[in-house]
Design a protein around this ligand. Structure first.
Ligand SMILES: [Zn+2]
Length: 382
């Protein structure tokens, strides 16, 4: 019995599969299916094939004969049977290691300024920047309702703009033929997927306002920037000979997400603000060197010390918990040898120790208050 569908895979001279010419014997059609992962050149060659299939179709050959005719061209093979059109569709959406490589090759690692700009723009992002407000939605005198639109802060847009500089927004990824990128459950992106996400965000916002806002909320935005910076850090890691002085336990060395310095350890610092019912949790996560890690620790801990107490849950739960977690994390970075600044950014300024920061002493207020209440409680309870 004949297969319901037969196809031939078509390869470019470099071995990349461009797409599939396929015959659907159930409905009697000859088709061309372009691979979704094709880049600029692949798309161009694929269009030539589309014309070629069209030409053969016009000759009015029997389907099997038409496919055999096409299979005579360079870069093809004998027809293969398949269970139905969905089998061809599955092939169209396969992504290969070569596709990943082609996208990663678009990153402009030589442009140190562009990478520094991305690292710096990302490092200064605040919760307020991430909390995108929306305008519009008002009814005018004529009764028309203005479409709502996102109002992106300048620092947030600076990060988006920096994606172009490093080459992460690229025509090599045809974002419009793919479903929108999502964050995997691991919370981390493959660097090639980070390029896909960057290309999508860089383009889709113009068509569908709020795309960037959605990515910030879902965590895709942060995962994308972190994956890109890590990819660059790995590319620009010092040569093996220079690295020998620093024994690395295993795998690729971690490089500081702020300065690209080495050695670094993966840590997470937290800040908590509790204001009656408005609770806010902030965190900075990723590989950090001793200097940058200390800077982040001091900043977030000081913030928590003065802002972290002012709701019941915050006082007894979130603030102490946040402080303890930061202490554990800073223990990790303090064990690292002090690193030289890396190649992709300035180091975070560690500033003065926390005990020399006046704001930290705000924490005495809730502590003394709890002591006072306990003592008065004890006294009056007798
Ligand atoms: Zn650093």
């Amino acid at each position: 019995m004949q297969d319901p569908v037969q196809y031939i895979a078509v390869q470019a001279p470099d071995g990349q599969v461009l797409g599939y010419a396929w015959a659907d014997y159930t409905v009697g059609t000859l088709n061309w299916a372009q691979r979704a992962a094709n880049g600029v050149e692949g798309t161009r060659l694929g269009k030539e094939w589309w014309d070629k299939v069209e030409e053969v179709r016009k000759q009015g050959l029997p389907l099997a004969g038409a496919l055999t005719e096409l299979a005579r061209s360079a870069g093809t093979g004998p027809p293969v049977g398949a269970s139905g059109p969905e089998a061809v569709e599955a092939l169209v959406f396969t992504v290969t290691e070569a596709d990943h490589c082609r996208l990663l090759a678009q990153l402009d690692h030589a442009n140190a300024d562009a990478w520094r700009e991305l690292a710096e723009a990302y490092a200064v992002l605040t919760d307020d920047d991430r909390n995108v407000r929306w305008g519009g939605g008002e009814k005018s005198a004529s009764g028309a309702i203005q479409m709502p639109y996102p109002i992106y802060s300048e620092p947030l847009w600076r990060v988006v703009a920096a994606l172009w500089g490093i080459g992460a927004v690229t025509p090599e990824y045809r974002w419009s033929v793919h479903p929108p990128p999502t964050l995997p459950p691991t919370g981390r992106l493959h660097p090639a997927d980070a390029v896909r996400a960057a290309t999508f965000l860089g383009n889709a916002e113009r068509i569908s306002e709020g795309t960037v806002d959605e990515a910030v909320r879902s965590g895709l935005f942060d995962a994308m920037v972190v994956a890109l910076l890590e990819q660059h850090a790995a590319q620009c890691a010092p040569a093996p000979a220079a690295r020998q002085a620093d024994p690395v336990p295993q795998g690729a060395p971690l490089l500081c997400r702020f300065c690209g310095g080495f050695p670094a350890a993966h840590v997470t610092f937290h800040a908590h603000r509790g204001l009656l019912i408005a609770l806010r949790f902030r965190r900075q996560e990723g590989p950090m060197c001793a200097t940058c890690g200390l800077g982040v620790y001091r900043e977030l801990t000081t913030q928590t010390l003065w802002q972290g107490w002012w709701s019941p849950f915050s006082l007894f739960l979130f603030a102490p918990f946040t402080l303890i977690r930061n202490l554990v994390a800073v223990g990790t970075v303090k064990k690292l040898r002090v690193s030289a600044p890396g190649r992709h950014g300035r180091q975070v300024d560690p500033g003065v120790p926390i005990h020399r920061r006046p704001l930290a002493y705000v924490a005495l207020v809730p502590v003394l208050w709890v002591l006072f209440m306990s003592v008065t409680g004890l006294v009056s309870g007798r």
